[in-house]
Design a protein around this ligand. Structure first.
Ligand SMILES: Cc1cc2nc3c(=O)[nH]c(=O)nc-3n(C[C@H](O)[C@H](O)[C@H](O)COP(=O)(O)OP(=O)(O)OC[C@H]3O[C@@H](n4cnc5c(N)ncnc54)[C@H](O)[C@@H]3O)c2cc1C
Ligand SMILES: *[C@@H]1O[C@H](CO)[C@@H](O)[C@H](O)[C@H]1NC(C)=O
Ligand SMILES: *[C@@H]1O[C@H](CO)[C@@H](O)[C@H](O)[C@H]1NC(C)=O
Ligand SMILES: *[C@@H]1O[C@H](CO)[C@@H](O)[C@H](O)[C@H]1NC(C)=O
Ligand SMILES: *[C@@H]1O[C@H](CO)[C@@H](O)[C@H](O)[C@H]1NC(C)=O
Ligand SMILES: *[C@@H]1O[C@H](CO)[C@@H](O)[C@H](O)[C@H]1NC(C)=O
Ligand SMILES: CC(=O)N[C@H]1CO[C@H](CO)[C@@H](O)[C@@H]1O
Length: 511
């Protein structure tokens, strides 16, 4: 166990001044604790565990987050180095009634996190491991492993599995909410690959959870509402031989006057009206953003067509879009490991940098594009992101993954409720928080919500379908986990059974 030098001195002062039994939202439940409890904890942790306080020079690197609106407040950051360390930390926090939260890739941006007003950050990035089973059928992944580490380790062994697309996000974070990735068209969501997992519950007990066995009820909930029940220390997931090494992309850039033609064509090419699904080897995304040198009058639309198993995207897909007159149409070719960089979400890409910006998203799932609504939302996005306002660097995301593997799974078999939706859309309202201008957060919320309401209106649905991992935080529970009453009842019952005191209720609480 390593105490940072400054922590030794600082801990005594901080912990003495604020004994751990101050719970803001209720009476203390455990015996009184003071800083000596942290010393005792320190002695129980393994030699590679680390503890930091805000005074530590390392504090920023162990506690800084990607998005800076609705962030949790923590007073101490502990890095467990193995599963038993997690157990000891959770038991101590439980006994002393101190709030705690798992910090992983720190890209979680939901504003419910602000309900954590003090406590312990359990930064699990040392629980990083990727072990392929001798039979080559499964991999066991540590709860704090980064997504790119999983991709690269499997790749070196000629294997792959479904992971998130962004290189700087953890493997686990996306998966707990279902988990979208490039390979989902073949195999389903990230969490659809799991065969079992290990979890530390609020009472510090460790459980193995799988489709059969004593905790099979929790298995259903972990795959879609998994932030709610404990700290996952490892999962075992199915892996596959690499099917296609080579991938290609065509990036077409359009000016805003083409919005209706573009999305009419997208519907026609990728989702014909007879209901056939988008081809399994194709992924199409688009981003809207301001690129003043290309068009100073409004956001441009960058349209990506990604195809696997080819060195160039099939002209049959590209030609209808080129016929619309893009300002640029650029091919690129490489391997599976290049795809994230092509869409700007690799380690060097803008979303992987921690700049201090607030990055709330306002997601809405759709079945297909409504061309009228696309025009309306473009006009609104253009107004909101004008260059004289604070939101000029915002991005609108339209993610069209292939869906066959997701549809192939039992729709009621997990807590992920949105298998029938084809498109994941969300404005990402990026801005620099300004302490002198606190209304900025509210302006951003109103702007983001206005945009998603337009898309929801165009869908003809009265209910919002929101991906929990993109959620802003002001949605209803059913907007995250499904509106069917059986889903909400089932989740509430499991929450009551496995986390009755609501210790794991800072990220999109299910009850
Ligand atoms: C640039 C970018 C790209 C993204 N790409 C994708 C994508 O391709 N597919 C996709 O599905 N989503 C994607 N997302 C959304 C992503 O799923 C969420 O942002 C997710 O919360 C990030 O996880 P994290 O570990 O980085 O964040 P964190 O903030 O560290 O974790 C989020 C929450 O998850 C919980 N948690 C994390 N690890 C554990 C654990 N081991 N056990 C228990 N609870 C845990 C905690 O409650 C924590 O507050 C992306 C987000 C960004 C910003
Ligand atoms: C936790 O940190 C916050 C912010 O720095 C501070 O306001 C609060 O007093 C601290 N609480 C405890 C119990 O140390
Ligand atoms: C309907 O879908 C099939 C694929 O399932 C496709 O081959 C066919 O061309 C489509 N027909 C129309 C009219 O879009
Ligand atoms: C520019 O954007 C800001 C923030 O969204 C908004 O308040 C303002 O009305 C916009 N101005 C114009 C001319 O659209
Ligand atoms: C789908 O999942 C539900 C809920 O777990 C289960 O009751 C049902 O039997 C499953 N159906 C199939 C076809 O596997
Ligand atoms: C498309 O969106 C518009 C605007 O919200 C709406 O009036 C129309 O009914 C929608 N069309 C369909 C087919 O849902
Ligand atoms: C831009 C875009 O996302 N186009 C298509 C992507 O795939 C979905 C799902 O098949 C289609 O509905 C979109 O039109």
């Amino acid at each position: 166990m390593r105490w940072s030098t400054i922590a030794v001195a600082a801990l005594a002062t901080v912990a003495q001044a604020h004994p751990g039994h101050h719970h803001p939202s209720g009476p203390p439940k455990g015996p009184a604790c003071d800083w000596t409890d942290f010393w005792k904890l320190g002695n129980q942790l393994s030699k590679d565990a680390e503890i930091y306080l805000p005074e530590s020079t390392e504090w920023t690197s162990v506690s800084q987050r990607w998005s800076n609106v609705g962030t949790p407040t923590v007073n101490i950051t502990i890095l467990p180095a193995n599963e038993n360390d997690v157990v000891e930390i959770v038991k101590m926090a439980q006994r002393c009634d101190i709030p705690f939260l798992a910090y992983n890739g720190v890209h979680g941006a939901i504003t419910t996190l602000k309900d954590m007003t003090w406590g312990i950050a359990i930064n699990i990035r040392k629980l990083s491991s990727v072990n392929i089973a001798p039979n080559g059928q499964t991999v066991t992944i540590g709860g704090g492993t980064n997504s790119k580490v999983v991709i690269d380790t499997l790749w070196a062994a000629g294997k792959q599995t479904v992971t998130g697309t962004c290189e700087c996000v953890s493997y686990m974070g996306p998966a707990l909410g279902g988990g979208h990735g490039w390979l989902q068209g073949h195999h389903g969501l990230i969490s659809d690959q799991w065969t079992s997992l290990r979890i530390v519950l609020a009472d510090g007990s460790v459980k193995t959870v799988s489709p059969t066995g004593p905790h099979s009820d929790l298995w259903w909930a972990m795959r879609g509402a998994g932030h709610n029940f404990g700290i996952v220390t490892q999962v075992t997931a199915k892996i596959y031989p690499i099917q296609h090494t080579n991938w290609a992309i065509q990036t077409l850039m359009f000016t805003g006057d083409k919005v209706q033609q573009l999305y009419q064509t997208a519907n026609d090419v990728f989702l014909p009206t007879n209901g056939s699904a988008q081809p399994v080897d194709i992924i199409n995304w688009s981003y809207w953003m301001n690129v003043p040198p290309v068009d100073p009058t409004g956001p441009v639309m960058e349209f990506y067509i990604i195809q696997e198993g080819v060195t160039a995207v099939d002209p049959a897909y590209v030609a209808p879009f080129e016929a619309l007159g893009p300002v640029a149409s650029t091919p690129n070719t490489g391997t599976y490991r290049d795809v994230s960089a092509w869409v700007g979400i690799n380690m060097d890409g803008p979303p992987c940098q921690k700049t201090g910006a607030a990055n709330p998203r306002f997601p809405v799932y759709l079945e297909r594009y409504n061309v009228t609504a696309q025009q309306q939302v473009y006009d609104a996005f253009k107004a909101i992101t004008n260059s004289s306002g604070p939101f000029a660097n915002s991005l609108f995301l339209f993610e069209g993954y292939s869906m066959q593997g997701v549809h192939a799974q039992n729709a009621s078999g997990s807590a992920f409720a949105w298998r029938e939706d084809n498109l994941l859309t969300a404005p990402l309202i990026t801005y620099m928080p300004d302490p002198a201008n606190p209304v900025l957060h509210e302006q951003a919320r109103l702007a983001g919500d206005q945009l998603r309401q337009i898309l929801k209106g165009g869908s003809g649905r009265s209910e919002l379908h929101a991906y929990v991992n993109y959620a802003y935080g002001d949605e209803q529970v059913g907007d995250w986990y499904g509106h069917d009453s059986w889903r909400l009842t089932r989740l509430a019952n499991l929450k009551n059974k496995y986390d009755p005191e609501g210790r794991f209720s800072f990220y999109a609480p299910a009850a």
